[in-house]
Structure formats: structure tokens, C-alpha cells
Design a binder for this molecule. Structure first.
Ligand code: SAM
Length: 208
């Protein structure tokens, strides 16, 4: 099964609140956005946002320039339906991040548990090309992956685990690591997953 088919199947066959990555409230993301100066006047894209409530919570807080990209169109349908009419104001992008080339830049690029699925160099290079175009100079990159002592698989797929140094190296030059921290995520199934979070500032003048 290819990646797209895998993720379409996941969101068509499993309840959104039953998957291992489910969070009723994406509090670690909301906290990080606030801590690094995110404001409702800024634009944000949630990469591999799936059925996450992140943009819904941000919209409630007054953010109006929001986008969600996911390889799974059914995932976007779930997230959009949960927002009701408010979902009409969000940019929904069904695409593989490794091949997507954005037409515009965003102030904040958020990725929780997506980059870690890219276990091959060409896929990571594709992601970096999207990031180079899609995050404005001076923009904020928030990325959560499984930590070095986290699980070896997610959704049945192998993942690449990272600590801050490994993630900085994988992203390449042009990103200044602002901070890193760990999160213990408790899955609906009752297990604990160790995440590594990093905040990076993209080099260049802050256009926000
Ligand atoms: C583990 S889930 C995390 C979902 C969401 N970020 C969250 O925190 O709830 C991974 C998500 O990444 C999406 N995804 C996986 N590979 C992708 C790719 N190559 N391009 C875009 N999205 C992808 C999946 O469809 C899925 O929604």
C-alpha cells in the first residue's frame, strides 16, 4: 500500500479519537505557538494536520490566516467538518508534502509527527524544498517527532527518531534552534510515547 492509500484508509476506517496520536486539545502545540510569539495576525500552516483540532482552536482564538496540508483528503474532511462554517475560512491542501511546492510563504510552519515518517533521503529533500518555499524568512518552525527513545513505528509505519541535534542536521543550514523539549504523549490506548519538540527560527529578516 502506498503512503497516500495508507493514510486515506486510516481516516476512513478509524475514529479520529481512537488513533494513537489523538489529543482532545493540542495543548503542547498551542503552548509552543504562544511561547515563541505567535499572534493571530500571523499565518500558520499545519503540515500533516490530519484531523487535529489545532486550526480549530486557533480560529477560536482569532487567527484567520490558517492552512492545513495532508496527504489524506479524508483527514481534511474530518477536520473541516468539525469546524462547521468556520472551516470555510481555512485553506485545505490535499498533497504529499515531499512533492508540494507552495505558492506563498507562511509565518509559522507546524509539524507534529509527520517529518518522522520520511525515512529516505529523497523524501526528506522534498520536504526541505517545500519548507524552503513555504516558510517566510524569519519564520518560526515548530516540529515534533518521536524522540530518540520514542517508538520505532507510528501508524504501523517505520519512523526516523530524532533528538534536537539530529533534527537540526536533517533540516540543514538556515535554521537557528531556539529551544527543544520533550513531551510524554499518552495515547488513547494507554501507552506513552516520547516526543522531541524543536523550535527553529528560519534565517533572514522577519517578514511578519
Ligand atoms: C501521526 S499523524 C499526525 C496528525 C496531526 N499532525 C496530529 O498531530 O494530530 C500523521 C499525519 O501526517 C499525514 N501524512 C503522512 N505522510 C504525509 C506526507 N508525505 N505528506 C502530507 N501528509 C502526510 C497523515 O495523513 C497524518 O494525518
Amino acid at each position: 500500500m502506498d503512503r497516500k492509500a495508507h493514510w486515506e484508509d486510516v481516516y476512513q476506517t478509524k475514529a479520529a479519537d481512537s488513533v494513537s496520536w489523538f489529543q482532545p486539545v493540542p495543548q503542547p502545540s498551542l503552548d509552543a505557538i504562544g511561547r515563541f510569539g505567535g499572534t493571530p495576525a500571523q499565518s500558520l500552516i499545519d503540515i500533516g494536520g490530519g484531523a487535529s483540532a489545532l486550526v480549530a482552536r486557533l480560529a477560536e482564538a482569532g487567527w484567520s490566516n490558517l492552512a492545513v496540508l495532508d496527504i489524506s483528503a479524508p483527514a481534511l474532511d474530518v477536520a473541516r467538518a468539525a469546524m462547521g462554517a468556520g472551516g470555510d475560512a481555512v485553506e485545505w491542501i490535499a498533497a504529499d508534502i515531499t512533492a508540494w511546492r507552495p505558492a506563498r510563504g507562511y509565518d509559522i510552519w507546524h509539524d507534529r509527527a509527520v517529518f518522522h515518517f520520511l525515512t529516505e533521503d529523497p523524501a526528506r529533500a522534498g520536504y526541505r524544498a517545500a519548507l524552503a518555499q513555504g516558510l517566510k524568512p524569519g519564520g518560526l518552525l515548530l516540529m515534533a517527532t518521536f524522540a530518540l527513545d520514542g517508538p520505532e513505528k507510528c501508524s504501523g509505519l517505520p519512523v526516523q527518531r530524532y533528538g534536537p541535534a539530529e533534527l537540526a542536521a536533517a533540516l540543514g543550514d538556515g535554521f537557528v534552534l531556539l529551544d527543544s523539549w520533550r513531551e510524554e504523549h499518552h495515547t488513547p490506548g494507554g501507552s506513552t510515547q516520547n516526543f522531541n519538540w524543536c523550535a527553529f527560527r528560519k534565517a533572514g529578516e522577519n517578514a511578519a
